[in-house]
Design a protein around this ligand. Structure first.
Ligand SMILES: Cc1cc2nc3c(=O)[nH]c(=O)nc-3n(C[C@H](O)[C@H](O)[C@H](O)COP(=O)(O)O)c2cc1C
Length: 182
């Protein structure tokens, strides 16, 4: 059974991105889901000096192992001031010191949401540009605008958006089926 690693790219205990990522994962058929909580990966702030003195934090090594165990990734990006949350960017910086292919070329469903109308459109653009340099294989992407208007009781209320997401999930699923283990 394929293992899908799922996370909201925020350490908020009430993360709407974690909610959205887990919702999308729940629509996949015949997979096991590993949900990562970034609260457990609030690592020391990356600096060259810190790396030289203390090495790579255990949390980054553990996270890297979890990604290595995955067959696919669902990441929903939280947007802080137009870009990644500090905890997520910091984690990426540490991970890139272990392996520049942070995302291991795994099929990725990339998502974002926010309370605003753009649904995290800026951070989505940042990731679409940057992730390919970090071994990111974005199969498809989806931004949910105005989270609190469009998501309630564990479902997307707007029928058009709900259908669009399901279509994207099926594309992600079929890409994973076509990935041959080497
Ligand atoms: C410091 C800070 C900056 C934010 N900047 C943005 C922003 O640039 N664009 C946006 O749509 N929402 C912004 N927000 C609102 C977040 O989208 C909102 O807090 C959302 O819940 C974050 O996702 P999360 O719940 O998964 O952590 C910001 C929130 C904070 C606390």
């Amino acid at each position: 059974m394929k293992n899908i690693v799922t996370l909201g790219a925020s350490s908020s205990s009430t993360s709407i991105n974690k909610t959205l990522a887990v919702y999308a994962a729940s629509k996949l058929k015949d997979v096991s889901i590993t949900v990562i909580d970034l609260k457990n990966y609030e690592l020391p702030l990356y600096s060259v000096d810190s790396e030289e003195e203390f090495g790579i934090p255990e949390g980054a090594l553990q996270f890297n192992k979890i990604i290595e165990s995955a067959d696919g990734l669902i990441i929903s990006l939280a947007e802080h001031n137009g870009t990644y949350t500090a905890v997520f960017k910091n984690l990426i910086d540490w991970l890139s010191r272990i392996d520049i292919k942070v995302w291991k070329d795994l099929p990725m469903l990339l998502m974002s949401t926010s309370p605003g109308k753009q649904g995290g459109g800026s951070v989505m653009e940042a990731a679409k540009q940057g992730f390919p340099f970090l071994g990111g294989h974005i199969v498809t992407d989806f931004s949910l605008p105005s989270f609190y208007d469009n998501f309630s009781n564990d479902r997307i209320l707007n029928a058009e958006l709900a259908t669009k997401l399901i279509e994207k999930i099926r594309v992600f699923e079929s890409t994973m089926e076509n990935v041959v283990a080497v």
